[in-house]
Design a protein around this ligand. Sequence first.
Ligand SMILES: [Zn+2]
Length: 413
Amino acid sequence: MLVLENVSELLTMDPTPVAGALPRGEALLAGIPKAAVLIDDERIVWLGPESERPAIPAGAAQVIDCHAGVVTPGWVECHSHVIYGGDRAADFDRRSRGLSYEQITAEGGGIQTTVDATRGASLDALVAAALPRIERLERHGATLIEIKSGYGLELAAELRMLEAIRRLDALVSADLVATFLGAHLVPREYRGDRDGYLSLVIEEMLPVVAERGLAEFVDVFCEEGAFSIEESRRVLEAARALGLKTKVHAEQLTSSGATAMACALGATSVDHLDHINADDIALLAASSTVPVALPGATLFLGKSSYPPGRALADAGKVPALSTDYNPGSAHTANLPLMTTLACTNMGLSPAEALYGVTRAAAAALDRSDRAGLLRVGGPADLVLFDLPSYTHIPYDFGGNPVKRVMKGGQGIV
Ligand SMILES: [Zn+2]
């Protein structure tokens, strides 16, 4: 038995549903002041006010004093690209000198450089490079992490990326979720034959991925310069026909209709949303699709068009938050920083931002009943903060406020 005591605020994120609608404001957190948690055999066996804690015989439990700090559920990183070869520091240098995306590509940079480096990396090399990145995410509170393929863009290299996720799942403490992103970009060798590449994704890659059980989700980068609405729809429909769940990179750089398309197809999540409009927000509110905001990408690309977090929350859809950790547009594992950006640039309250990195992010991975919340009988995945209240998490910005991370009651950080 393990006891967490002297918790100033225990955020369970387990609000009782109120007539189908989420509670507003601080009630989202379902917080318990001056709380304690009892853990046995990897599960939570009791939680509640310290004053009501069941008596435990002396010596029968290990006690962790939380020093009047905050305890939250394990955080969920619901959108990452942490498996890749090489890096894109040279691109960052070019971008900082004012070069456009086209100029960077002309100088030999851009996403194709990551594709080349990933294709050239062995399975062992991909695993070795990704391991410290996943550990960085764990140090920032993540106990459940989604990882995408999408830098192979040919059958063997895409399968190698997904195989790397499977291997890493056995090596790290966090639970990993695999997403196939073969439709990330049309690779160089198919530039004049877009249909040829789509056929490769739909007719060759997807069936193998499904048959081998290498991915739970299929994602498409629906954007100017990547895949059109119609092309994206073809990939997503093929994925659904194979029994795979879907996600869409939608409206990051332009307003395209990708959100409406994804909602109509019943996608589990739509991610980015920097350029969605009021109609898209109404569609999202009426659908089961989870909006995911990636404010770190907006920041790192030097843009000002953050996703409309306030409008989404007002419509009853508090967006999930994620780092988008990837070598080009968001090279960070700092999930707590995303809560700060959500407050300063998206109009969310600290309570909504914390909901965004836990329960909402779990919903974006179709795990809202199992992850991102604390309840009796559930897994003891928790994050401890040496801070006096939850508002200090986004307020204490830029560093890492995480004190301790537990997965199944075991300390991993
Ligand atoms: Zn992404």
